[in-house]
Design a protein around this ligand. Structure first.
Ligand SMILES: CC(=O)SCCNC(=O)CCNC(=O)[C@H](O)C(C)(C)COP(=O)(O)OP(=O)(O)OC[C@H]1O[C@@H](n2cnc3c(N)ncnc32)[C@H](O)[C@@H]1OP(=O)(O)O
Length: 218
């Protein structure tokens, strides 16, 4: 049997429990450790090491990969910066029921959940979440730290800026751009491009507020 690659999972909340299922369903990986600052000291449970994030240096081994299992886009980015590990140490994990075109490119740390579709020519940035049943159509371009939430659809050649959340069931029409650190509300039908740091909702979607600030996020 082929050796399984050991993974260290950072974060142990609700999104992490989905990632842990994803890992156990994916060929080639097994969990070595789960680190979260909710744990004040180290312990072993079911053969897995648990402890605070500062234990990373103690548990990492040659060939071990990492995944940041934190659903919030800005918290995930902050964690990558805090850990300061090289980009190629992060695994890209794809559920076996997902379809990912051989002509799509996925950067390190990105996870693709069950029944998601990523079609030809799509480029997905690092540490992005392509959640259950979502569709990223041909030639879409997603920057790092994006979250494409369950059941949302990015039609052809849509571009999405860093840290943006496309909430559950949203639909983006072909060729539009969504700026960085924006939020598209659940169920929105987005027919026009949306600038950075905006929330858009409804059908057709309208900008309903400004969110965040460049200073806070960058
Ligand atoms: C596995 C997982 O769980 S993955 C994560 C999935 N999560 C999601 O898909 C997020 C879904 N959440 C939403 O869509 C939220 O409503 C958000 C994030 C867009 C907005 O949240 P908030 O910033 O708290 O906005 P808030 O609830 O204050 O609403 C602001 C206004 O927008 C309206 N609004 C909020 N959401 C929507 C929506 N989806 N569609 C239309 N209008 C909406 C509200 O009715 C409110 O209108 P009002 O000012 O006239 O009363």
């Amino acid at each position: 049997m082929q050796d399984e690659r050991k993974l260290i999972v950072i974060g142990d909340g609700g999104h992490s429990s989905v990632i842990q299922d994803l890992i156990s369903s994916s060929r080639g990986y097994s969990i070595l450790a789960i680190l979260d600052d909710r744990y004040s000291s180290r312990f072993i449970h079911s053969g897995i090491f648990f402890g605070p994030i500062d234990e990373l240096a103690a548990v990492i081994q040659k060939g071990t990969k990492l995944v940041i299992a934190i659903g919030s886009n800005d918290t995930r980015k902050n964690m990558v910066q805090r850990i300061g590990m090289p980009a190629d140490l992060y695994a890209t994990i794809i559920h076996p029921s997902a379809f990912v075109s051989k002509k799509a490119l996925l950067d390190n740390g990105t996870v693709v959940m069950p029944n998601a579709v990523i079609n030809a020519g799509a480029v997905i940035g690092a540490h992005t979440i392509i959640n259950s049943g979502s569709i990223v159509e041909h030639d879409c371009s997603l920057a790092p730290y994006v979250h494409v939430c369950p059941g949302s659809t990015l039609t052809g050649a849509v571009s999405v800026g860093e840290g943006t959340q496309i909430s559950a069931g949203a639909t983006l029409v072909p060729g539009i751009s969504i700026g960085e650190w924006s939020v598209i509300a659940a169920g929105a039908v987005v027919t026009k491009s949306v600038p950075a740091f905006r929330m858009a909702a409804g059908c057709p979607a309208k900008i309903i507020k400004r969110i965040g600030s460049r200073e806070r996020i960058l």
